[in-house]
Design a binder for this molecule. Structure first.
Ligand code: F2R
Ligand code: MG
Ligand code: MG
Length: 349
């Protein structure tokens, strides 16, 4: 479809859920041979193997809260979103949440709480979390707001409800920006896509808080920009091994070690790859490649899936994958409703 078509909206949310559900199999694994990935994926096609329904984890549980809140409030409402996170956690605590964020979610359920951002600020002795939990749920922000400055602003605030370290919330901003640009068709020109992300993140990472956090954590002055430059270098190479991707970009639970990696997975899989079946479409290639990196596979595949789904659209996603993942129908409905919200807010009165 054309820029910001319904197919792209559906692709983004559905492929995000698939990445989470399918990627859960390998989360935390140090090495994942491509052979094991392909076996896992082919078992999804084979109904006789009785894979059953693959459950979604915290990534999708929280993204659903973001989508529901943006739709119900027709925009960003921090109190409503915080309430939904807390309620979802208390109803279903065994979705594999991060060890630290659980404290925030418990505090958010207190009726006495006035400042919904305070529990996140108290994390890690006041330094805040740099985990990828803000980024893993950021895609719906790109689908709710057509304006790029709104996407940045609300992805930042939405992440701050649990992640007050700039290395956490700026990962969410980067992920939302990547989905936003992909939705516009920007991945048709991959080098321009990455340059645009660098330009936007130069501004995002230019503020005092980001510089301060980077200094304390002994990272580069603008850590996400530095990783985006590494992606550009990797893109220009004719061959890149999985080991090089992991050592240059990471595959861990920190936003800095996973959001740029997810973006690289999408870019690397824009063309067919030798290690992947020729029959695979772009979303299949992207998710398969993300799993082969090991580490935080559900989250990297979820984020890469959302960016790739916004590029290729819903029609490219195999039905066999859709059928075996929990929460896909809901994601599809949220996508349709967000599509309407997005296009309504573009009407100039
Ligand atoms: N938690 C997991 N996977 C672990 C295994 C789960 C297990 N399989 C199960 O079944 O239970 N996955 C999910 O967590 C990631 C998102 O985490 P989030 O929301 O960012 O959580 P948190 O706790 O804020 O941060 C994660 C960890 O990062 C370290 N960390 C963060 N900030 C830190 C700081 N300032 N100083 C030191 N360490 C910091 C801590 O170890 C946190 O626990 C996703 O992968 C999701 O799938
Ligand atoms: Mg998870
Ligand atoms: Mg994870």
């Amino acid at each position: 479809g054309g820029p910001a078509s319904l197919s792209r909206f559906r692709g983004a949310l559905v492929a995000g859920v698939l990445g989470d559900c399918i990627g859960g199999e390998f989360e935390g694994a140090e090495e994942v041979p491509m052979e094991s990935v392909l076996q896992h994926l082919s078992s999804l096609d084979d109904e006789t193997k009785g894979t059953g329904i693959l459950e979604y984890s915290d990534d999708t549980a929280m993204a659903r809260c973001v989508a529901q809140s943006l739709l119900t409030r027709t925009g960003f409402d921090e109190h409503d979103m915080a309430r939904r996170f807390a309620k979802e956690y208390s109803a279903s605590p065994h979705r594999g949440y991060g060890a630290g964020v659980i404290q925030v979610l418990k505090k958010l359920s207190s009726p006495q709480l006035n400042d919904v951002y305070q529990p996140a600020r108290d994390q890690f002795n006041g330094r805040g979390s740099f985990g990828n939990g803000g980024a893993m749920r950021a895609a719906p922000f790109a689908l709710a707001f057509p304006d790029l400055s709104d996407v940045k602003r609300f992805a930042h605030l939405g992440a701050m409800l649990t992640h007050s370290c700039s290395l956490g919330y700026n990962g969410a901003v980067l992920q939302a920006l990547a989905v936003h640009l992909s939705l516009q068709g920007a991945l048709d020109l991959p080098h321009q896509f990455i340059s645009r992300l660098i330009k936007e993140m130069e501004e995002v990472e230019g503020d005092e808080a980001a510089r301060n956090d980077a200094r304390i954590l002994k990272e580069a002055e603008k850590p996400f920009c530095e990783r985006l430059h590494r992606i550009r270098d990797l893109m220009d190479r004719s061959k890149v091994s999985i080991e090089e991707v992991i050592s240059e970009l990471g595959n861990g639970i920190a936003a800095l070690h996973s959001v740029p990696t997810a973006i690289f997975c999408v870019l690397h899989c824009l063309q067919p790859r030798e290690c992947l079946p020729e029959s695979y479409g772009g979303v299949e290639r992207t998710i398969a490649y993300s799993l082969a990196l090991g580490g935080d596979t559900d989250t990297i595949a979820c984020m890469a899936g959302a960016i790739a789904g916004a590029h290729y659209g819903i029609e490219t996603i195999p039905l066999s994958w859709i059928r075996c993942c929990e929460g896909v129908e809901d994601a599809d409905q949220y996508a349709e409703r967000l599509y309407k919200l997005y296009h309504q807010s573009q009407i100039v009165i």
